[in-house]
Design a protein around this ligand. Structure first.
Ligand code: GDP
Length: 466
């Protein structure tokens, strides 16, 4: 069995009752296989006669021509298709049973069930898209906010690919030059080249740094900020979670310590995503179940990117609070001074900053979960902490993927080694290896085959006539 040349099929839409459901088939036998289970409006098998990029009415049928469903069928012929192979899409009615029955017929007729992502993988392997575009397709599908969607759409249109390509071209130009000069010293002089190369590398590194610099913001804008809501029992943690989630999910009661289980929730505040873990509250207790919650709360607080610490402003701080105040040192924290509707001033900003020596950079917001007060300030505060207050993303291109960030870092490090070799006065041979590494790391981002284009570049551009 040749894995890549199998004709594959899959249900491309969600498996739930819906108006229509789409089955996608790709491979060299897509049309002939589908022809076995498709009848046109006149009950004839004629799929092979359909022009490319057309959609027609007909029926899905079994091998005895018994009709299963009325369908619309599209034929898209290679190479101008998603996978660069022949592709057929069958729009059946969107019932789970009809979709499954149609898939089973296709399997019997000669298709293999596609693996997850296999259509896009074929698009990549067949050279229609690079890796960044393949990843963008996946990101578009899973986008949770406008930022994620926009940045994935831009990546799909080639923004990242083009940036990486430009950087690689600069590097390969230098590699090719060195190679040519070593091969053909009469025509290519390396006189004063070190200095020039040093300058070129600085420029490339500054662009790479810019991209790396966008990654922290890009990744959390896209995936969300891991957040812990912490505070002693009855401070208002569940109430906050309810307000943020916009629904009555957590149980809110006034018996201390009721919210024992850890609750995870993905919350969207405008375009900010918070991946919230609501904890059972930090409280010194002998209660075994609650202790699990307490320990977990501490661990989650350590691992999270943002701590929302709720203080009940109507009661004095307790040892629980002192423990939390210790815990939040050097963590991005926002303090919510809750129950402000009760006009109690047991705890206020002055007491926290001056009596308890809270770091002045930790923002304190007065809130009332009862009156929904302070939530707008909370949003502003989060965007200040993480995005310099820019609710709307400022840059054109963001790195939103840790794989890309790592590859960029590796490439940057390799280029720094070249600079080091230049500073150490080593010969050009030494640069070549690190330049090649920098080039390869960038190539990993787009999934490029390094060997081929390196060879082509050197021989087509520089070694004229040789
Ligand atoms: P948790 O134990 O920290 O999760 O606290 P809860 O969210 O369960 O709240 C404990 C009690 O305080 C409940 O009776 C809430 O209705 C009440 N509560 C929470 N926030 C406020 C607030 O801002 N103002 C007032 N007056 N009551 C609040």
């Amino acid at each position: 069995m040749n894995f890549e040349s199998d004709t594959i099929c899959a249900i491309a839409t969600a498996m739930s009752d819906a108006g229509i459901g789409i089955i996608r088939i790709s491979g060299s036998d897509a049309i002939s296989i589908c022809d076995k289970i498709y009848l046109n409006a006149s009950h004839k098998h004629d799929l092979k006669l359909h022009d490319s990029n057309t959609i027609k009415f007909g029926y899905v049928c079994d091998f005895s021509d018994n009709i299963l469903d009325e369908v619309m069928i599209s034929v898209m012929k290679a190479p101008h298709t998603y996978t660069k192979e022949d592709v057929v899409e069958i729009n059946t009615h969107g019932g789970v049973l009809i979709l499954n029955n149609t898939i089973n017929l296709l399997l019997k007729a000669g298709c293999r069930l596609a693996e997850p992502g296999e259509f896009t993988k074929r698009a990549f392997l067949n050279g229609r898209i690079d890796l960044t575009k393949a990843e963008a397709v996946m990101d578009i599908i899973s986008a949770q906010n406008d930022f994620a969607l926009k940045s994935s759409e831009s990546q799909l249109s080639g923004s990242l690919f083009n940036a990486i390509k430009t950087l690689r071209e600069s590097i390969i130009y230098e590699m090719a030059f060195i190679e040519s000069a070593l091969d053909d010293p009469e025509n290519y002089s390396l006189e004063g080249y070190d200095e020039k190369l040093d300058g070129v590398i600085d420029k490339i590194c500054s662009k790479i740094s810019e991209l790396i610099g966008s990654a922290d913001e890009g990744i959390i804008r896209k995936n969300g900020i891991s957040t812990v809501i912490i505070g002693k029992p009855n401070a208002g943690k569940s109430s906050l979670l309810n307000i943020l989630a916009g629904e009555e999910r957590a149980i809110v009661t006034d018996i201390a310590g009721t919210t024992r289980d850890i609750i995870r929730e993905t919350i969207r505040l405008d375009d900010i995503i918070l991946n919230v873990i609501d904890t059972a509250g930090i409280r010194n207790t002998d209660d075994v179940i609650e202790k699990i919650g307490v320990d977990k709360a501490k661990n989650y607080a350590m691992e999270s990117e943002l701590i929302l610490y709720i203080i009940d402003s109507t009661t004095d701080l307790t040892s629980d609070d002192l423990e939390i105040l210790e815990l939040i040192k050097n963590k991005k924290t926002i303090i919510l001074l809750n129950k402000s509707d009760l006009d109690s001033d047991y705890i206020n900003e002055d007491i926290l900053y001056n009596k308890y020596n809270l770091d002045k950079s930790v923002p304190i917001i007065r809130t009332s979960m009862l009156n929904n007060q302070g939530i707008e300030d909370l949003k502003k505060s989060i965007s200040l902490l993480f995005f310099n207050g820019d609710v709307v993303p400022k840059q054109e291109l963001y790195i939103t993927n840790t794989r890309h960030k790592e590859a960029l870092k590796n490439s940057f490090d390799s280029l720094q080694l070249v600079k080091q070799s230049i500073a150490d006065g080593l010969s050009e041979d030494f640069y070549a290896v690190d330049l090649m590494n920098a080039y390869t790391f960038l190539g990993n981002i787009i999934g490029a085959e390094v060997g081929d284009d390196l060879v082509e570049e050197i021989f087509s551009k520089f070694c004229m006539g040789k």
